[in-house]
Write a protein that binds this ligand. Structure first.
Ligand SMILES: *Cc1c(COP(=O)(O)O)cnc(C)c1O
Length: 371
């Protein structure tokens, strides 16, 4: 049938822009300014401007972007940070990395984003921040989350690692909280050729702190004011990111078009549950996730038709061995746990063809026994 369907296509982004990227990289290799410096500043300014934010600070990864944001806020040992159990594990690792304790609230059934209505019971005297995750490219319920944070004096750090270019009521994801974290891991909507990330904020003091913490705790040569990390963006990645940024909107539109095809063919089916996009939100479809019964069997059938699919993520964070010490158990977050058993991520990238998307959707229908 349809040949060569890829789940994601990181090399394809490069190949579309090969001439421009090759030239920029050669120039950069000869210039010898490999860490931070002008190309990094240029990308940071362009990325902040794209989002409509004041500051972007390049760091080594999305995980570091989250952890350094928390540290810049003064959050660490003895503090709690509320987040989602159905995210990539790095969201919770970043909290632990900063020295604080992750506390989870379950997801909403329809969007799979954080259920803001459940924040109350998660609050304690130690709570200092909330990390809403804009899961699969759809902004979380920021009005309710920001109102709750304001009422209780909490900071909000957006995990925008899957949401480059997404918007909430016409504001870009990553500009709504105190700080936000982006990852440029190779399969993200905006991607480096390796690990990279950025912190975005409108607060100049916080931006300075993040920059210092990512550069050995130093803003002035040989003065190390804080226990810093080595977490910096390099010029190779910055040059690639600056070039790809110009294509981000066009690539996101292509993802949205594929999502539209999936929606049209798969919606209102008894045996398939789609991920709802709530009013006022534009998803950039980092992933397109459906829920079906008998998920593993459906994935095997798809594989036989040459359709790669994945699960994001098969084990909720609170049930991962690394977080056993938190004392959570199965049954604590039913939506996260049930969705972990039924979710399938379908192929999604800017070069997926209309015909391929239609074929994939029809094979999903066949696999679940719908027509
Ligand atoms: C990718 C991702 C991260 C971590 O980013 P890295 O660059 O891999 O460290 C964190 N949170 C979410 C939701 C992600 O998708």
């Amino acid at each position: 049938m349809k040949k060569g369907i890829k789940f994601a296509d990181p090399a394809g982004d490069y190949i579309e822009l090969k001439d421009e990227i090759d030239a920029a990289l050669l120039e950069g290799l000869e210039a010898g300014d490999y860490i931070r410096g002008k190309p990094v500043e240029k990308f940071e300014a362009a990325f902040a401007a794209y989002l409509g934010a004041r500051h972007a600070v390049g760091v080594a990864s999305g995980t570091d972007a989250l952890a350094l944001s928390l540290r810049a806020l003064g959050i660490g040992p003895g503090h709690e940070v509320i987040t989602s159990p159905n995210s990539f594990i790095a969201t919770a690792f970043a909290i632990a990395l900063a020295g604080a304790k992750p506390v989870f609230v379950d997801a909403r059934e329809d969007t799979l984003n954080m259920d803001a209505g459940r924040l109350g019971p998660a609050l304690s005297k130690k709570t200092r921040a909330i990390i809403p995750v804009h899961l699969f490219g759809q902004p979380a319920d920021m009005d309710k989350i920001l109102a709750f944070a304001k009422k209780h004096g909490l900071a909000v750090v957006e995990d925008a690692c899957q949401a480059h270019g997404a918007s909430f009521k016409n504001k870009k994801a990553g500009t709504l909280g105190d700080l936000s974290a982006f990852s440029f891991y190779p399969t993200k909507n905006l991607s480096a050729a390796g690990d990279a990330g950025a912190v975005v904020t409108n607060n100049a003091a916080l931006a300075r702190k993040v920059r210092a913490l990512g550069g050995y705790g130093s803003l002035k040569k040989n003065i190390h004011a804080a226990l810093g990390a080595n977490s910096r963006l390099d010029t190779v990645q910055a040059r690639i990111l600056a070039i790809k940024l110009k294509r981000l909107d066009a690539w996101n539109k292509k993802r949205q078009k594929i999502a539209g095809i999936y929606d049209r063919i798969l919606s209102e089916r008894k045996k398939i549950r789609l991920t709802k996009i709530a009013p006022g939100r534009d998803s950039v479809y980092h992933l397109y996730v459906v829920r079906v019964r008998d998920r593993d069997r459906v994935m095997k059938i798809l594989e036989k038709s040459g359709i790669p699919s994945m699960v994001h993520y098969p084990t909720p964070i609170h049930l991962q061995p690394a977080f056993k010490y938190l004392g959570y158990k199965a049954g604590d977050f039913p939506v996260a746990e049930q969705s972990a058993q039924t979710m399938i991520s379908l192929p999604m990238h800017p070069r997926l063809e209309t015909g391929q998307a239609e074929f994939i959707a029809r094979q999903v229908l066949a696999a679940v026994g719908e027509r």
